[in-house]
Design a protein around this ligand. Structure first.
Ligand SMILES: Cc1cc2nc3c(=O)[nH]c(=O)nc-3n(C[C@H](O)[C@H](O)[C@H](O)COP(=O)(O)OP(=O)(O)OC[C@H]3O[C@@H](n4cnc5c(N)ncnc54)[C@H](O)[C@@H]3O)c2cc1C
Ligand code: FES
Ligand code: FES
Length: 1383
């Protein structure tokens, strides 16, 4: 047999033997292509995306693929292109890379190679055509970014969109110029600082070309083409949508042949090989004929057929299933056939979902419309089926044969009358109607020796209508909660149009896809009218029955969704019939029409406003992220990209499977004997202290007698390979005796499981006396309320990772993905019993942190140090995504209870609040989180008398930890809830009550800090005006009046966020600045770069202070041997602190250089430095900064200053399903005098989207009393498949961000009057939550429900739909249903 080969980035690779169970990603990283990242291993994040090209049927095919699921042998005979293959910083970047870096589309960079390759694959696949903007957005459905908020990525890629040729005619360009007066100045350089109320409105924020077409856009000064790349107004405010001129608008080509590898000639000529590759774990066969495939299947009935591996791969990795025989079914002509005849379409079982989608679209455009109703339903459903890389790889047969109860397509196949053809050696072919194929949970009518050969999809007849439905947590790339396929055949009987036949199938409501026979019968022969609808809704209640504890939960929601879909289905048919039959008119009111409005989303666009600064000053300029170029090229190194030293071992943790239990036995004997295992270590092997914790030592590194959480480390295995380590860890036997767990805040209150010494409270005035006398005061109203919110997974794209390397004399070097190398150094010192001066921790960059790598990462590093210590070998420990999510903690879930006294106008008089915070099994840094929640529980409102008491609840879930906002958002949510309830009580619009109570300059907060330079009112008014709030409220009301089941909601949400660590001693920072004799400068400081642009900002400060260029300054990494005792990079204060520390070092250096400058007028920095050096001057300085005046928690100045902001969000909600989108968001954020507006805008957008995710999309589900279908204490949502963070499709369609003008901060002179930005905008994302709640109020009003109602965060489709009470929900749940929340 010829050897199996593949090409990678133009180079030939002979594929190694015995790797049938390995993925392409594993191999790529093994051979050094570390650009493709392992973010999740389950096809859900896109970080591993690569381009795969193949030559089939005389044509080249290009597609993006998730390398983490693609089996290595599946690419045999193909060409794989990774991010390294298309360009680099030395030889030239690919235009996609260049454009993404320039447009600020890369922050931490971990997702970046995946985005680049998705875009490159799209361009390749579409060439020579260019994709449309819509296609570009849709193409990113499989790529997650946790940092940017997507807007800059979309902006970057839209430069490659198909432009409207009409926009480039001479006449159009002339018209565009005339319309604008030809703004030719360079926006980045031309403005003056400090515009007062400047704002331009010429750009509509849409991509190049459209503006010109509209005649109201601008002409780019660098290309002469219509564009909207930026403009500066008379007062120095830059309006930017794609930003920064030449680079962004320079002519971009779709490929650069000199860099992008061409398809290898050898592969063009090659005849496909039949493969038979044995292996210890699995053997891989790739037959080339149907006959051979059937023989193999007969020979190995248990064999798995593999096409996309998107099911098989998941089963092998996450369910630990072993498949000794895998059969690649991608090269069988019959299975790849797509044939059309008069009656319908025959589709081979291996045809990919992408091919089906494209072929159906083609047929839809060529066949008579009535014939393609099914095809349209399938194409629409496929649009929301996974992301493109999954659709590109997976075959239709895999979806059918897996028989998942939530398969998106099986309900349509059942409803439309499709048939499946099966084939088996010796038994021939047989056909089974789709409706009879599914027998039980993942059980189908197929014998072990059989395969699915093809499916047949009939065309439709006239007046036969097929409709698909799907509701998921998130629209893009998410599995369904409930889906449906419906077919209605209409005919005229006695002059009346009736349903001749109805076929209705549901997924997600039973262990298999089901038909709804009673409903089908109830509709048959009936006209579509109110009575039929009522009968149908009653029948669907009978057909869709669910146990209250059914797996997946949300039973009331799922049942009512099935009914909503039926309602929509009938509305749809009536509207279709109306369009087809002129005499027919829909019996439903006009206001119902939009209930079946097709989903539409125009490409997202945005505007960014900031103040220009003079061009010569590096401070205030929108420099790109210092490492952006390396990140887009995939050469930026993260911990797991480091080449391991010789003899390195791989580690895996043995973790508890119980939330609370005694350990009766720990047996490592069998595991120790497994191949490759070098050692297994537990508590008894810890040479130093086994007790750990960042503040108090209330945790164990390895559990001894008792476990207190699922996932708690009990031991660690070191082995030669990662697979061996993981297998052995699973083989360690632990016996337990169960103890009663405390799972949530309610349990903790009942058991009084509080950490009282750290549960602080704050008080102002005499709240008890106020409420005692309030009952007798007619001018005082009192109400009580409660607000609950779930946690939030950080979902940094890079999981926790470390490599610990021992050296002589008990020295250790650790490469760690952490926001606090100092904490790691301390942990290592403690557990190893080795002084800190022998331990060095290095962190180059993080693939995101958001607080999640501040303290929890240290235990992982400490665990890895134990085998490194004993075995004296380097040890690598990288958590899998599911492990990371299970054990490293989340944002704290909170419950707030309050009693508030207020005037009849809504003026707050007094408040008594209790905040309960679910800390998890240990304290970690939860006390600080609770303190900050207490100090933000006033948000921007003056409460003359207020008491807030905090309770740290200790429970048996993962120890919760820092997360952007650090408790502040939770405190503010409680106050916003309170304000809304007060507004409802006094019958005033909530906006008015907000204004009425807003802090005035100079007022003192209830925790004693005077507000100096408050921008709260200004931000609120600015965003009110710029968003045109008043007018949009009126038009939303008009829209709601006209639409019964679609509602628009608006909200304006303010924020105030305190900057400083509230633990006083942490407010200190060090920096080291070296000047070298070539005039370059190396800066090292204690802060960690995790995407937030810290290094870029510090470099700007240094370049400014030393009066050199940015190119002369470099920041390589953070290391404990360069800057000792550094505080965590957290609390948003790092730019302030490390910028100031670096400035202090520069001050010293400038003092030393001053005599030489004086002696050498007109000489360059380099010349001056050389003279100083020759004169024996110290060119290294250590700078230090400690934030002045701050008091820490409990004093009258816990914060150095406050940041302010306000946001307006407008949403549209489908009240029948809970589906929604953000029509527009406007943000005004106070960042002082911005050090770098692009970085600041990136932080604002990223934080907003993350805050929106927390409050509206992301839900953690724990095995608790609310979710009994999950194993106790287990986190169900342990990966992107179950835990949904926002995608590009979820961001506001129109996203406008303004950096508040003319707002310098007096407290930060060393960083040029700038303010912090990382955390403060996070809370503004909740404006979307309040807008959604506003839409619910409108829906409830139609149902006759008035007044305040409870809505917990996150506002998932379930909560929203059940809040929009109507006749459908009433059949399944009480009006005040509280949907279950793990809290
Ligand atoms: C990130 C992600 C997102 C997803 N999103 C969705 C979604 O939105 N909606 C949805 O419905 N599904 C979704 N899925 C599930 C999955 O992608 C689909 O079921 C897919 O179509 C499976 O195809 P495959 O080729 O990858 O299957 P494979 O994993 O290759 O095979 C799956 C199973 O089918 C069997 N099989 C395959 N072909 C045949 C055949 N011809 N005859 C007999 N048996 C056969 C195999 O033996 C195997 O048991 C998602 C999966 C992932 C990983
Ligand atoms: S690592 Fe492959 S999709 Fe996440
Ligand atoms: S830049 Fe996208 S995840 Fe960090």
């Amino acid at each position: 047999m010829t050897e199996p080969i593949a090409y990678i980035n133009g180079k030939r690779h002979v594929l190694p033997p015995g790797r049938a169970d390995q993925t392409l990603l594993y191999y790529l990283r093994e051979v050094g292509f570390t650009g493709a990242k392992l973010g999740c291993g389950e096809g859900g994040c896109g970080a591993c995306t690569v381009l795969v090209s193949s030559f089939e049927g005389g044509h080249l095919h290009h597609r993006s693929v998730n390398a983490c699921l693609c089996p290595l042998y599946a690419i045999e005979g193909m060409h794989v292109v990774t991010v390294e293959g298309i360009g680099n910083t030395r030889d030239g970047m690919h235009p996609v890379q260049e454009r993404l870096a320039t447009a600020h589309g890369s922050q931490c960079g971990f997702c970046t190679p995946g985005f680049v390759m998705s875009m490159v694959a799209l361009l390749r696949a579409k060439a020579p055509e260019a994709p449309t903007e819509e296609e570009i957005e849709e193409n990113l459905a499989g790529n997650l970014c946790r940092c940017t908020g997507y807007r800059p990525i979309l902006d970057a890629f839209k430069a490659f969109a198909k432009v409207e040729p009409a926009a480039y005619t001479e006449a159009a360009i002339a018209a565009s110029k005339a319309a604008n007066g030809h703004h030719g100045s360079n926006g980045a350089n031309g403005g003056t600082n400090g515009g007062t109320n400047g704002r331009t409105n010429g750009s509509n924020g849409k991509a190049n070309g459209k503006a010109g077409k509209n005649g109201n856009g601008k002409v780019c000064p660098s290309t002469g083409r219509p564009c909207d790349c930026g403009d500066v107004d008379m007062e120095g405010t830059i309006t930017s949508s794609s930003k920064h001129k030449e680079a962004s608008c320079g002519p971009l080509t779709h490929s650069r042949p000199a860099v992008e590898p061409i398809f290898p000639a050898e592969l063009r000529k090659r005849v496909p090989l039949e493969l038979e590759l044995p292996g210890a774990a699995s053997a891989w066969y790739r037959p080339l004929s149907l006959q051979r495939l059937l023989e193999l299947k007969k020979q190995h009935p248990a064999a798995k057929l593999v096409v996309g591996n998107t099911e098989v791969g998941i089963e092998m990795k996450f369910k630990s299933l072993k498949y000794p025989v895998l059969i690649g079914a991608t090269h069988i002509p019959e299975l790849n056939a797509f044939e059309v005849d008069d009656g319908g379409v025959h589709i081979g079982a291996s045809v990919t979902l992408t091919t089906i989608m494209e072929s159906f679209k083609q047929l839809i455009s060529t066949q008579p419309a009535y014939k393609t109703s099914t095809l349209r339903a399938v194409a629409e459903q496929l649009r929301w089926f996974a992301g493109p890389p999954i659709r590109n790889a997976s075959g239709i047969g895999g979806n059918i044969c897996t028989a998942s109860p939530i398969s998106d397509l099986n309900p349509i196949w059942m409803a439309c009358g499709a048939t499946f053809t099966l084939a088996g050696a010796g038994t021939g072919e047989r056909s089974v109607p789709a409706k009879d194929f599914f027998l039980g949970y993942r059980k189908v009518d197929m014998q072990p020796h059989e395969i699915l050969l093809k499916l047949y999809v009939p065309f439709n007849t006239r007046q036969e209508y097929v409709k698909e439905f799907k509701q998921a947590h998130r629209r893009d790339d998410d599995i369904a909660i409930v889906n449906a396929g419906m077919r209605f055949t209409m005919e005229q009987q006695g002059g009346v149009w009736v349903v001749a036949e109805a076929a209705i199938a549901y997924g997600g409501v039973a262990p298999l896809t089901i038909l709804a026979p009673k409903t089908m019968a109830a509709l048959a022969g009936k006209p579509i009218d109110g009575a039929t609808l009522e009968a149908g809704l009653k029948a669907v209640q009978e057909d869709v029955r669910m146990d209250p504890n059914a797996p997946g939960g949300m039973v009331e929601f799922r049942r009512s969704l099935a009914a909503s879909f039926l309602f929509k289905g009938l509305l749809y048919v009536a509207q279709q019939l109306e369009a087809d039959v002129p005499a027919y008119s829909s019996p439903f009111p006009e206001s119902y029409r939009s209930a079946v409005k097709p989903y539409e989303r125009e490409p997202s666009h945005g505007l960014q406003y900031y103040s220009a600064v003079p061009g010569e000053d590096v401070v205030g300029q929108p420099y790109r992220h210092q490492a952006a170029d390396e990140q887009v090229c995939g050469t930026a190194q993260y911990v797991d990209d480091i080449q391991l030293p010789r003899g390195a071992l791989h580690a895996s943790l043995v973790m508890s499977s119980k939330p609370h239990a005694k350990i009766l036995k720990l047996d490592t004997a069998a595991a120790s004997a497994m191949p490759g295992v070098v050692g297994i270590f537990s508590a008894k092997d810890v040479p130093g202290g086994n007790d750990i914790g960042p503040v108090i030592k209330d945790e164990e590194l390895f559990a001894t007698d008792k476990v207190v959480v699922v996932g708690q480390p009990i031991a660690i295995v070191a082995a030669e390979t990662e697979t061996q380590a993981r297998e052995a860890a699973k083989a360690v036997v632990v016996e337990y005796e169960d103890l009663k767990p405390v799972m949530d805040i309610d349990d903790a209150i009942k058991a009084e499981s509080f950490l009282l010494p750290f549960s602080h409270s704050l008080n102002c005035g005499d709240v008890d006396s106020f409420f005692a006398s309030a009952a007798d005061d007619a001018d005082v109203l009192v109400l009580e309320g409660e607000a609950r919110m779930g946690g939030q997974e950080h979902f940094y794209l890079e999981p926790n990772a470390c490599v610990v390397i021992p050296a002589e004399n008990d020295e250790f070097l650790s490469y760690s993905s952490t926001q606090c190398p100092d904490a790691h150094q301390k942990y290592l010192s403690h557990v190893l019993g080795i002084p800190m001066h022998k331990l060095v921790v290095r962190t180059k960059r993080l693939g995101g942190g958001f607080g999640g790598k501040e303290s929890r990462s240290a235990m992982i590093n400490a665990a890895a140090a134990i085998p490194a210590y004993h075995l004296r070998k380097p040890v690598r420990l990288v958590l899998d995504r599911d492990e990371d999510m299970q054990i490293t903690g989340t944002r704290h879930p909170f419950m707030g209870r309050y009693k508030v006294g207020f005037s009849p106008e809504g003026k707050l008089l007094a408040c008594d609040m209790k905040l309960y915070c679910n800390a998890g099994y240990s304290m970690d840094i939860s006390h600080g989180v609770l303190d900050r929640a207490l100090m933000h529980a006033d948000n921007v409102y003056m409460v003359p008398q207020m008491r807030a008491q905090g309770y740290l609840c200790i429970t048996n879930i993962a120890s919760n930890t820092a997360f952007r906002g650090y408790g502040g958002p939770q405190g503010m949510v409680v106050m916003e809830n309170l304000i809304e309830q007060v507004a409802c009580a006094v019958g005033r619009p909530v906006e008015e009550v907000k204004k009425l109570n807003m802090y005035k300059e100079g007022e003192v907060t209830y925790f004693g800090q005077k507000l100096v330079g408050s921008q709260a009112e200004r931000c609120f008014q600015d965003v009110w005006d710029s968003s045109d709030y008043t007018a949009r409220r009126t038009s939303a009301a008009a829209f709601n009046e006209a639409n019964r089941f679609r509602k628009r909601g608006l909200a304006i949400t303010p924020t105030k966020f305190g900057i400083s660590f509230t633990t006083k001693f942490l407010n200190q920072a060090g920096a080291l600045v070296h000047i070298y004799t070539d005039g370059t400068v190396l800066v090292t400081h204690g802060g960690v770069e995790m995407g937030q642009g810290l290094h870029t900002k510090v470099a700007q400060v240094v370049a400014h202070d030393l009066k050199i260029t940015m190119a002369q300054v470099y920041i390589a990494e953070t290391a404990t041997d360069k800057v000792p005792n550094a505080s965590p990079t957290a609390a948003s204060a790092s730019s302030d602190m490390y910028g100031a520390a670096a400035a202090d070092a520069c001050r010293q250096l400038n003092e030393r250089l001053a005599p030489y400058y004086e002696k050498m007028p007109g000489k360059t920095f380099k010349e001056v430095v050389m003279a100083a050096y020759l004169d024996r001057t110290d060119l290294c300085a250590h700078g230090f900064y400690s934030t002045p005046d701050v008091s820490g928690f409990g004093g009258d100045m816990p914060f150095n200053y406050f940041c302010y902001g306000a946001a307006v969000a407008e949403v549209e909600l489908d009240t029948l399903t809970g589906d929604w989108q953000i029509l527009r968001s406007d943000v005004v954020m106070d960042v002082g005098k911005s050090l770098n507006p692009s970085i600041d805008i990136g932080q604002v957008e990223g934080a907003f989207v993350q805050g929106m995710g927390w409050s509206c999309i992301e839900e953690l589900v724990w095995g608790d009393k609310q979710h009994t279908w999950v194993r106790p204490g287990q986190l169900f949502t342990r990966g992107p498949g179950t835990y949904k963070i926002p995608t590009a499709n979820d961001i506001p369609i129109d996203f406008r961000v303004t950096l508040l003008r003319n707002s310098p901060c007096e407290r930060t002179p060393m960083v040029h009057s700038s303010k912090a930005v990382g955390e403060p905008p996070f809370f503004l994302g909740t404006s979307v939550f309040y807008a959604l709640k506003d839409a619910c109020y409108a829906a409830r009003k139609d149902a006759g429900l008035e007044g305040w109602f409870r809505l917990d965060l996150p506002a998932t489709p379930e909560r929203l739909r059940m809040a929009c009470v109507d006749d459908i929900t009433k059949a399944y749940a009480p009006d005040d249903l509280v949907c279950k929340l793990s809290c």
